[in-house]
Design a protein around this ligand. Structure first.
Ligand code: AMP
Ligand code: MG
Length: 413
């Protein structure tokens, strides 16, 4: 049992967690299911996109030199010798000096032509076209391979696929692609005080919230959640629930990791041969923890207060899930923002305050979203960032710059 009873910093905790991750294997998936999945292979193009020089406009394929001196009052006349539609072949079609071929957007540029003039700057008469202005060489021409060249590595192993990436795969004729498998994630709530959705609330009970915030987060990061239910605060119940959960790649439980008499989570870790890696993180909210490992399985015993659960997920479980899925980028952006209010805190822990940032004249400004008690989920729901106040800082004045973590933004590095 390493690091047991030692309080680790946020950075150390993250390091321990990431060192415990063995990325999952791969599977072939349809590109229609590929949004936000992580690529398991480099994608190297075997073709040019577009395959041939083509037109970016509806108009006439011409020779730029033929338009010298052309104006509305003194148009240049070119003989029309044919037409190429998008998808039509340009093979055998030529544009000698003094001629033009009518051409549609996306159609291949015929031999000899080096520019396209759009219809708007021309007028077609019987058999010829009047050109009202000069064109530049290669104007309105798109070049073969301008988008992707043969041999280009367009996407890399570890990339999380955006919609544009999926479009790139389509342009290279991939109907399926190799992606990292999605981790299965069992979610457990613990606590005698919890009533689940639809159950009548007895005196002293509260609604089970964490299972649902976690389910939502796990889905958001494209892992596969399975909610197992509420474990009562008994050794037996907690153990049974964890046994079931250990069929998954990842277990996330909430509550029962603090110093209470009925906090059984850590106790059952040793029963189940889960090796605890750390138990306390130097952060508020989210100090009590039970991060464990069993083989390649990761077991996250998160604190029970709803905000602690969610901020802990964002700081630690989210990057682990992303790494299990092979993702390179796991960090939320951190930027500086001008604080709109004074903040005071005790020294000793890093505080992650729920905040709302706005952007004015390209600068970030941030205020807290109200009550920062770790049970107050409302101020988390109102937040779009976490304000990071360092361990030993006790006071920050309004107008000072503070670091804010953009929790709703995609991972940047
Ligand atoms: P614990 O560490 O188990 O004492 O939990 C800390 C606090 O979080 C207690 O006030 C619990 O009632 C609360 N809590 C624990 N689990 C949940 C949950 N699933 N939903 C909402 N609140 C919870
Ligand atoms: Mg509890």
């Amino acid at each position: 049992m390493k690091n047991k009873n030692i309080t680790v910093s946020i950075e150390e905790a993250l390091k321990i967690i990431l060192n415990s991750v063995t990325p999952l294997n791969c599977e072939n998936i349809s590109i229609m299911e590929a949004s936000n999945r992580v690529l398991y292979e480099d994608i190297v193009s075997e073709i040019m996109v577009p395959p041939a020089d083509d037109s970016a406009m509806d108009g006439y394929a011409i020779i730029a030199d033929d338009t010298r001196g052309a104006s509305k009052n003194n148009p240049v006349k070119l003989q029309i010798t044919g037409e190429i539609q998008a998808g039509g072949s340009a093979v055998g079609k030529k544009v000698p000096k003094g001629t033009a071929i009518r051409i549609m957007t996306g159609a291949a540029i015929p031999e000899g032509a080096d520019s396209v003039i759009q219809f708007e700057d021309t007028e077609e008469k019987a058999g010829y076209v009047e050109i009202f202005r000069e064109t530049a060489k290669y104007e309105n021409c798109r070049f073969a391979g301008e988008n992707i060249k043969k041999g280009d590595t367009v996407l890399r192993k570890g990339d999380r696929l955006s919609s544009a990436d999926v479009g790139i795969l389509a342009s290279l004729n991939y109907s399926t692609v190799k992606a990292y498998k999605q981790p299965t994630v069992s979610i457990i709530s613990t606590g005698n005080e919890l009533a689940d959705l639809g159950e009548e609330i007895q005196v002293g009970q509260i609604r089970n919230v964490n299972a649902y915030t976690l389910y939502s987060e796990v889905k958001k990061y494209n892992a596969l959640p399975d909610y197992l239910g509420i474990a009562k605060d008994t050794l037996k119940d907690t153990k049974e629930m964890f046994l079931k959960a250990l069929k998954s790649d990842v277990v996330i439980s909430t509550g029962g990791v603090s110093m209470g008499r009925y906090d059984f989570v850590k106790e059952i870790y040793s029963d189940l041969n889960i090796e605890i890696q750390f138990e306390w993180v130097n952060v508020k909210p989210g100090r009590p923890w039970a991060f464990g490992k069993k083989g390649n399985k990761l077991i996250f015993g998160l604190p029970g207060n709803p905000v602690s659960t969610l901020t802990s997920f964002i700081q630690f479980v989210r990057p682990a899930l992303l790494r299990l899925m092979g993702a390179k980028r796991i960090r939320k952006p951190i930027v500086n923002a001008f604080l709109k209010e004074d903040i005071n805190k005790q020294s000793g822990k890093v505080h992650l305050l729920r905040g709302f940032f706005t952007i004015k004249n390209n600068e970030f400004h941030v205020s807290t979203t109200g009550n920062q008690n770790s049970s107050v989920l409302r101020s988390m729901s109102d937040a779009n960032c976490l304000i990071v106040i360092p361990e030993n800082t006790t006071a920050v004045k309004a107008g000072t710059k503070v670091a804010i973590q953009l929790i709703d933004h995609d991972e940047v590095e």
